[in-house]
Ligand binder design. Sequence first.
Ligand code: PLP
Length: 388
Amino acid sequence: MIKSVYIDNNATTAVAPEVTECMLPFFHDHWGNPSSMHAFGGNVKKHIDKARDQVAALIGADHPSEIIFTSCGSESNNMAIRGTVDAMGGHPHIITTRVEHAAVLGPCHHLEDRSYRLTTLEVDAKGHLDLDQVREAAKSGNKTVASIMWANNETGVIFPVPEIGALIKEAGGLFHTDAVQIVGKLPISVNELPVDLMSISGHKLHAPKGIGVLYVRRGTKITPQIMGGHQERGRRAGTENVPYIVGFGKACELAMERMEQDAANERKLRDRLESGIMETCKGARINGDVAHRLPNTTNISFEYVEGEAILLMLDDVGICASTGSACASGSLEPSHVLRAMDVPRSMLHGSIRFSLSRYNTEEDVDYVLQQLPVIINRLRELSPFVQD
Ligand code: PLP
């Protein structure tokens, strides 16, 4: 039987067994509508409240009412950008970066097509922003909405959100950050930071797919994007997805309890994997700033080979990895993140993202280190461009 190793946790994570267990009663026993007048439904509401507290505790939000449950990280990003732009009125200036997830770039370009001014900030070769450029862009002041991610899904590079948020806020703008990849992996205390809105997604931290959160700081004006119901204090209509909300709450509680241990373990395994690859694979290079990145992520390019070919051969031996954003897979276009970082052409098509979770082991890493160099050698032998 082929061994199976899943190291694609920035795409999605396994639902923690503790999470599944606490969700089940909300399918079979407590399936009432939390908005009902009767106790059977009404009693469910307190479980939503508990989950709201659990999410607020994980991200250090002062008020649970600042947590809005959504259907996913993409919805949270859309709601943050379109909802604040709508509420601001006029035609606010929108600021973002070239390396955002499609769920931020999509709504930004949609608004640009409708004559909003959009500034898309560049990054350097390590994947970092120039803070002077942020300051310059923020000058348009109180008619600005900036959406800048916290940690990059492809490279794991962490932006200095406290500094970026301060620049936007000092100029009078609103600041949203897509924190989908960092929440649950590293400690966050959003209340102490110059952040007005923040997106989270359940399936990146061992809750199921199809549940997300938008943190909205008290006093921030936002127009609902899903209308027609009083749920989530009128900010997002629709009968609540109770089992998933409960599961998300539990996943946040687990993340809080285990974060330090999980991060240390993932970092150790990631570093072992990375140094093993660098020692054994010809023409390999790490993409992104290794000093400022998520503990679970490494993005490595292999010169003159196709990332898709590597992935298929890894898949044949039971290893699941990724060429970058899950949403971009299926296209042979090189990653927009690596292009923004000016990764050399010979490296651009051969990048693989390995992302670990609390469930990975040394055995997993050793299996990848046994299989990958053979695959890379074979593909390099077939490449018409290899000189060595
Ligand atoms: N933002 C980032 C940085 C992501 O990595 C992802 C998912 O890959 C999303 C947003 C979208 O989240 P969801 O899959 O919950 O819509």
